[in-house]
Design a binder for this molecule. Sequence first.
Ligand code: 6PG
Length: 475
Amino acid sequence: EQARIGVTGLAVMGRNLARNFARHGHAVALHNRTAARTRELVEQFGDEGTFIPTETAEDFVAALERPRKLVVMVKAGAPTDAVIEEFAPLLEPGDMIIDGGNAHFLDTRRREADLRRRGLLFVGTGVSGGEEGALNGPSIMPGGSAEAYASLGPLLEDIAATVDGTPCCTHVGADGAGHFVKMVHNGIEYADMQLIAESYDLLRHAVGLEPAEIAEVFRTWNTGRLESYLIEITAEILDHADPETGQPFVDVVLDRAEQKGTGRWTVQSALDLGVPVAGIAEAVFARSVSGHTGLRAAAAGLPGPRPNSADASAPGLADAIEKALYASKIVAYAQGFHQIEAGAAEYGWEVDAGAMATIWRGGCIIRARFLDRIRAAYAADPHLPTLLTDEHFAQALGDAQDAWRSVVAAAARAGIPAPGFSSALAYYDALRAGRLPAALTQAQRDFFGAHTYRRTDRDGSYHTLWGGDRSEVTA
Ligand code: 6PG
């Protein structure tokens, strides 16, 4: 028997994807740099389906039915290039290499173009859902050509999570589109996590609840519009006691959040595209601040608010935090979807925003009831300028805004950093504002650098002779 698909790189994500294919009745060829890992997989899980273990690159390629499909699950960056170069020379025109790692989308574009010239298909695909998702149904975001998707798609849709019978997998767009969308997914993941962290901080230090009580609050929220995987695991974490000390687990974890880089990539790309993803940027910077322990130690003695100036524990603050969280979440997603739209325009992809919301409803880390709302928003208007103006979201923002403002004010008064909440509110207010002080910024640019300005009352570019008689000239 030949394999429908092969997986090389059998660390936990690769191993679980291979098992997922096998469990769905697809014979899977296995390959790993160290063969012991391949043998181990077959010994432990061989009865889950048909595995074809191989040791050499040649044997791996020979085990695959044609056109061949090889899934590469190795570390992003140089290791991915090395594996591609190991296999590409052994393949024939029409064969396909699938990169399921968290590759940078520009690398994916380069690899796709290079392999296309060599007659091979290359699919860079986002796979979200961690270890558990890879095994039981991830959200899958494949890029590459429509031709590649026609033969690969059914296999991926088979192993993806499903919501209401719809697989959490669809063709995202050409070349790097899949990895781009996965990158933005991760950026949104950072923003979601930061907003939850701020909610926890306020519930604990402004409202004055203990971690187990906060777990209860999150569990309640998880029965409503905030229902999501991240809220669910937050409740579990806050309820957990450290077995060694008996302390709340969250109190024994060092308060330094690390990152592997996809959030940073999202912000870097957004800066290049000129898209204001302030919520995602604040989330990346909040992790960064947490890691600067020297700086934090140096600043630790700076004065905070006088104890009584914090009237934070006002009644109803916990409910207000729920509203601030929902409103800020709408903003974070609006910014992420703006970036997807801008990326598609810049790189020539046709990305269906509603379809992205649809495949994020299940399997991935940001899966949430909320995503069905986004799907519905784009179904009602595929050309929605921003999620903020969708009827449902506009109403939710309007209902939340008073509470949102009081939470941001309470955080400021209590000296609790809430960059996610406050930046989301600032974005909302900036988009809403009839006039922005950008007029003054532009005038300053004209003053010191003759950078010119446009006028509100007529067309054209102008410059004021600031150093002279201050008359206006046409630029
Ligand atoms: C997913 C996750 C996954 C991974 C992140 C963690 O969608 O399954 O996003 O890709 O857990 O890369 O990112 P950081 O290490 O940067 O927090």
